[in-house]
Design a protein around this ligand. Structure first.
Ligand SMILES: [Ca+2]
Ligand SMILES: [Ca+2]
Ligand SMILES: [Ca+2]
Ligand SMILES: [Ca+2]
Length: 495
């Protein structure tokens, strides 16, 4: 009886400690909404928790409809092993990688460690766990390392979220109607060959009709979307891809799979649109320029499939075959878009910083003053200075502000100039530097909107930032207000 009472007391004492402990060690990174039409595939935040093992929680802007959704993620961990890691690229320095997948039927997660001697990843015996929980994905690692040598570690995640829309199988009979003009329109076709339900996928991933015709050698086809084939991305690191697949079952036995498959990739990112054939045959592997021929993306996706490899079989089956198609819509979100997040025992907090700057910026951002230690004056060693070279003569970041006429209009990052558009789109430089026991932060937009974006971003994401220079983008959703969901990282320079 006494033992039980003691156990209960202990349990009561321990349980709040355990729950606040787990919550209290979490740090949240706010990621922008880069694909506004598919909020359910877009990562809104990543919460990092560490208590010997790592727990990452990815929250989405919308609740994913588990029906067609699949998620593949790669999480890279840095600074857990000294002096090793991936030698170059976006994940330079990474020591560990967690590779996971979630789809309606199963989940899987594995732990890999970078092997510097062979220059590749080794699969470890340890397993990690992942689950889809409402509009969140929760990932837990085993204790990948017993030590936490620097008292901090780097995290970076890439998430590929995909949704499928499948067409049914139909029987197609070769009719030798002649070539189609590949122009992204339906003019050449009469009636759809396959109809697919509207509403069986999220809107930008939903397709409704497949048209086809043939000249005996090639099957020309057009796939019709429910909601157009636009590219409306807001994030610099984001990528939106549509994979169009055509299946030809020439032995007319769908149970052993199609005898011929052709795949096409239509990719959008912030710098534009590209499309090409997937290299399903050697000729396309060897000749990339050939991959881009004979494809048009307009109101519909249009191309053709060469029937040569299966024509004999089709002819022997009364010139008929089974035809089907599927479209996979995939969105890639990098968290963060550039650089690493750094999770440490000691984290910077916006509330220890004093904000100074020109009166216009201080006035415009007065509503944010409560997030900082003081606003408009500074006496301490933790300081955020607002404004770029036009108002701050001591501006000394390695990113140049460029003028058009007398006014600053953009930022130059390497060979690229990012031009702002007043009250719609802006860019900002955030520099974080340690000096003499203090931290000095620059928050400088091309216009006052960029400066405000930098300050909002710092107030939300500062605990996971590290020393260096960040270039931010702000792309408004149309309401003229600067919001955290509109702010992304274009570039990062630092250690
Ligand atoms: Ca995102
Ligand atoms: Ca559909
Ligand atoms: Ca992102
Ligand atoms: Ca806005």
């Amino acid at each position: 009886m006494k033992g039980l009472a003691l156990t209960l007391v202990l349990a009561l004492l321990l349980s709040p400690l355990i729950s606040t402990g787990a919550q209290g060690t979490g740090a949240v990174w706010y990621d922008p909404m880069e694909e506004p039409r598919l909020p359910q595939l877009d990562v809104k935040s990543m919460t990092i928790g560490w208590n010997g093992s790592l727990m990452l929680t990815f929250e989405f802007y919308g609740a994913p409809s588990a029906r067609n959704l699949s998620v593949v993620g790669n999480v890279y961990l840095d600074r857990l092993v000294k002096g090793e890691g991936v030698p170059m690229g976006d994940v330079k320095g990474a020591d560990y990688r967690l590779v996971f997948s979630v789809d309606p039927n199963r989940t899987a997660c594995s732990v890999e460690r970078f092997n510097s001697l062979k220059g590749g990843w080794d699969l470890l015996a340890a397993v990690c766990w992942v689950k889809l929980d409402g509009n969140r994905i929760v990932l837990r690692t085993p204790n990948v390392t017993a030590v936490f040598p620097e008292g901090r570690f780097g995290v970076k995640a890439y998430m590929w979220m995909a949704e499928r829309d499948d067409f049914d199988w139909v029987t197609y009979k070769l009719r030798n109607q002649g070539k189609a003009k590949i122009d992204g329109r339906l003019g050449d076709y009469s009636a759809p060959v396959i109809l697919d339900a509207v509403g069986d996928a999220d809107r930008p991933a939903d397709y409704k009709e497949l048209y086809a015709k043939d000249d005996f050698y090639n099957l020309y086809f057009a796939i019709v979307p429910v909601d157009g084939l636009g590219c409306d991305l807001r994030g610099y690191g984001a990528r939106f891809e549509r994979f169009f697949n055509i299946y030809v079952d020439s032995d007319q036995n769908t149970s052993d799979g199609p005898e011929l498959w052709d795949g096409f990739l239509y990719r959008c990112n912030l710098s534009g649109r590209t499309w090409e054939r997937l290299p399903t045959r050697a000729i396309y592997t060897m000749n990339p320029s050939l991959r881009r021929k004979g494809i048009a993306v307009g109101r519909v996706f249009e191309s053709y499939v060469y029937l040569g490899p299966v024509r004999q079989q089709v002819v022997s089956h009364g010139r008929q075959f089974n035809l089907s198609a599927a479209v996979l819509t995939r969105y890639m979100d990098a968290i963060p878009d550039k650089g690493w997040l750094v999770y440490g025992e000691k984290r910077l907090s916006p509330s220890s910083f004093e904000v100074v700057g020109p009166e216009t910026d201080i006035d415009m951002n007065g509503d944010l003053s409560g997030r900082f230690k003081s606003f408009g004056r500074a006496t301490g060693l933790y300081r955020i200075t607002l404004g770029g070279p036009a108002v701050n003569p001591s501006y000394n970041e390695p990113i140049e502000f460029v003028k058009r006429g007398d006014l600053f209009y953009g930022l130059r990052v390497g060979n690229v100039t990012y031009w702002s558009s007043y009250s719609h789109r802006d860019f900002a430089v955030v520099g974080i530097h340690r000096a003499g026991g203090g931290f000095y932060v620059t928050a400088a937009g091309v216009t006052r909107y960029g400066t405000r974006a930098a300050l909002i971003w710092l107030s939300e994401n500062m605990p996971l930032l590290k020393e260096g220079t960040y270039v931010l983008s702000w792309i408004d959703d149309g309401d003229g207000r600067v919001e955290i969901s509109e702010i992304g990282v274009v570039a990062f320079e630092g250690s």
